[in-house]
Design a protein around this ligand. Sequence first.
Ligand SMILES: CC(C)(COP(=O)(O)OP(=O)(O)OC[C@H]1O[C@@H](n2cnc3c(N)ncnc32)[C@H](O)[C@@H]1OP(=O)(O)O)[C@@H](O)C(=O)NCCC(=O)NCCS
Length: 151
Amino acid sequence: MTVTVREMRWWDIETVARLETSLFTDDAWPASMFWSELAQRDTRTYVVAADGDRLVGYAGLCAYARREAYVQTIAVEPTTQRSGVGTKLLQTLLADAAARGCDHVDLEVRSDNAGAIAMYERFGFRSVGVRRSYYQPSGTDALVMRRGPAS
Ligand SMILES: CC(C)(COP(=O)(O)OP(=O)(O)OC[C@H]1O[C@@H](n2cnc3c(N)ncnc32)[C@H](O)[C@@H]1OP(=O)(O)O)[C@@H](O)C(=O)NCCC(=O)NCCS
């Protein structure tokens, strides 16, 4: 498998939204959310991971130049997980945040998502707070994680 990371384009949205629904169920963004994110080019970076013609993952960052950045989303299709694609996507977003001069990057993750939390910790993200019952309708808490300039 040779996975490359490239900019997400509007013609990727249908596939991305399908993956999003299968991976996030209750919390899934509708396709309209991706259209809206891609339209905000000055503050957003959205990328996809592709194995040839097959889209196997995607990720997005919101960044305000020389201030803070947020990982908006990151996902890898189930049969491709644990083969380093999430790492590649996150590296791309963090490089972009650094290029925009953002000295810290925040994100929210479901408190029961041990796999994602482990990946973020590997990149130096640390838990800085909890948003109680953030994810609805399940009522699951969100961990707020931050990667600082020294991480
Ligand atoms: C979280 C996610 C993006 C990780 O993508 P991935 O391609 O599987 O990640 P990688 O293969 O790069 O894994 C990097 C490291 O993260 C950790 N990790 C990833 N998934 C894990 C899991 N299920 N359990 C434990 N650790 C895990 C491991 O430390 C892993 O390194 P290792 O495989 O050498 O042990 C992917 O599991 C996913 O799409 N999950 C569903 C959507 C989701 O939860 N997104 C995050 C929303 S905040």
